[in-house]
Design a protein around this ligand. Structure first.
Ligand code: PBG
Length: 331
C-alpha cells in the first residue's frame, strides 16, 4: 500500500488500552434516584408504565432507602402523591405534607444521603397545573398565574427546607422562581440550602408515564405556556442565564435524550454544575423494548447514560440509578 493510513485501531486493540484512553467514566456518584412517596401504609405499588418503579408509603420506604444507601447512590429526589388535592395545592406546603414527612424519615434512616425535594404544585392541585389558576371573568380564559404561584412555591420550598431537605429542586417553570425561592429560603434562615433549578424544562411528551405515576396530568390545556418549546435552543440560554443571575446553584436540562445539544450548550456557557433528567418515557421505552427481548437493557442503559455525561452532564437524575450502580460494579 502506498497511501498513508492513520492507525486509529492501535489504541482499540485490547480492553486495557481502551480503558486507558477512555474519555468519559460513568460513576455511581453521577446518579440521583427519583422516588415516589405516598400516604397510607403497606403500599409498594408498581407504576404500570414504569416497571421497577414504585409508590411507597412511609412504612415501606425504609427498605428502599437502605437499598439506595447500599448501592452507593448518594442522592434521592423525592416526589409526593398527596391524599388531598385542591385548587391551591395546600398539601404541598403543609408541615406534614408527604414530601416533608418523607424527608424527615430519610434523614433519620440515612443521614448521609442527599435529599432533594421537588418543588412544584402539579401533584397537589386538583387541576394538575404547576401553579394556581387565574380565571379571567371577561375573556373566560383560565391561565396559570405566575406571581401568585410563586408565593405558594416559596412556602413549599421553605417547608421542605424546614423538614431537612438538602437541596430544593423547583420544577414549576414560573418566571422568577429562583429569585423568589432564594429570597424565601434566606428570609427563613436557610441561606445554605442550594437550589437545583429546572432551568431548561421543555414541554415534552416524554413526561407521560411520570404523570400517570404522580397523578399530575393537567386536567385542562397543557403546560406550553410555562414549559419551553422543544424547537428552541437559544431560548434555553436565556432561561439558564436568568437562573444564574437569580442565584441558582445548579442548572438542569430536561428531558435528556432528545436534548443532548442543550446539555452541551449549557456546559459551555455556564460554570455551574449541569444536571440532566433522564425522564420517565426515556425509561419506559427502554423497559418495554427490554421486556420484549429486543434490546440488551444493561448495554443500552450504560451507553445512554455515558452519552449524557459525554454531552456535559455532571449529574444524571435517572430511574435506572440502582441498576446502573450494580452494573458499574460488574454485578
Ligand atoms: C412536575 C414534574 C414533571 C416531571 C418532574 N417534575 C412532569 C411535568 O412537568 O409534567 C417529569 C419527570 C419524568 O417524566 O420522569 N412539574
Amino acid at each position: 500500500m502506498t497511501f498513508p493510513i492513520t492507525r486509529h485501531r492501535r489504541m482499540r486493540r485490547t480492553a486495557a488500552l481502551r480503558s486507558l484512553v477512555r474519555e468519559t467514566q460513568l460513576s455511581v456518584n453521577d446518579f440521583i434516584y427519583p422516588i415516589f412517596v405516598t400516604h397510607g401504609s403497606g403500599i409498594k405499588d408498581e407504576i404500570p408504565s414504569m416497571p421497577g418503579v414504585y409508590h411507597y408509603s412511609l412504612d415501606l420506604l425504609q427498605q428502599e432507602i437502605e437499598a439506595v444507601a447500599a448501592s452507593g447512590v448518594q442522592a434521592v429526589l423525592l416526589f409526593g402523591i398527596p391524599e388531598h388535592k385542591d385548587a391551591a395545592g395546600i398539601s404541598a406546603y403543609e408541615a406534614n405534607g408527604i414530601v416533608q414527612q418523607a424527608t424527615r424519615k430519610v434523614k433519620e434512616w440515612a443521614p448521609q444521603l442527599v435529599v432533594i425535594a421537588d418543588t412544584c404544585l402539579c401533584q397537589f392541585t386538583d387541576h394538575g397545573h404547576c401553579g394556581v389558576i387565574h380565571h379571567d371573568e371577561r375573556s373566560g380564559v383560565a391561565e396559570v398565574d405566575n406571581d401568585s404561584s410563586l408565593e405558594l412555591l416559596v412556602k413549599t420550598a421553605v417547608a421542605q427546607a424546614e423538614a431537612g431537605a438538602d437541596i430544593i429542586a423547583p420544577s414549576n417553570m414560573m418566571d422568577g422562581f429562583v429569585s423568589a425561592i432564594r429570597d424565601g429560603l434566606d428570609a427563613a434562615g436557610y441561606e445554605m440550602v442550594p437550589i437545583m433549578s429546572y432551568s431548561v424544562k421543555y414541554a415534552s411528551a416524554f413526561y407521560g408515564p411520570f404523570r400517570d405515576a404522580a397523578h399530575s396530568a393537567p386536567q385542562f390545556g397543557d403546560r406550553k405556556t410555562y414549559q419551553m418549546d422543544p424547537a428552541n435552543a437559544r431560548e434555553a440560554l436565556r432561561e439558564a442565564e436568568s437562573d444564574v443571575v437569580e442565584g441558582a446553584d445548579m442548572l438542569m436540562v430536561k428531558p435528556a435524550l432528545a436534548y443532548l445539544d442543550i446539555i452541551r450548550e449549557l456546559k459551555e456557557h455556564f460554570d455551574l454544575p449541569v444536571v440532566t433528567y433522564n425522564v420517565s418515557a426515556e425509561y419506559s421505552m427502554v423497559k418495554a423494548a427490554a421486556a420484549n427481548g429486543w434490546i440488551d437493557e444493561r448495554a443500552i442503559v450504560l451507553e445512554t447514560l455515558t452519552g449524557m455525561k459525554r454531552a456535559g452532564a455532571d449529574l444524571i437524575i435517572t430511574y435506572h440509578a440502582l441498576d446502573a450502580a450494580r452494573w458499574l460494579k460488574g454485578e
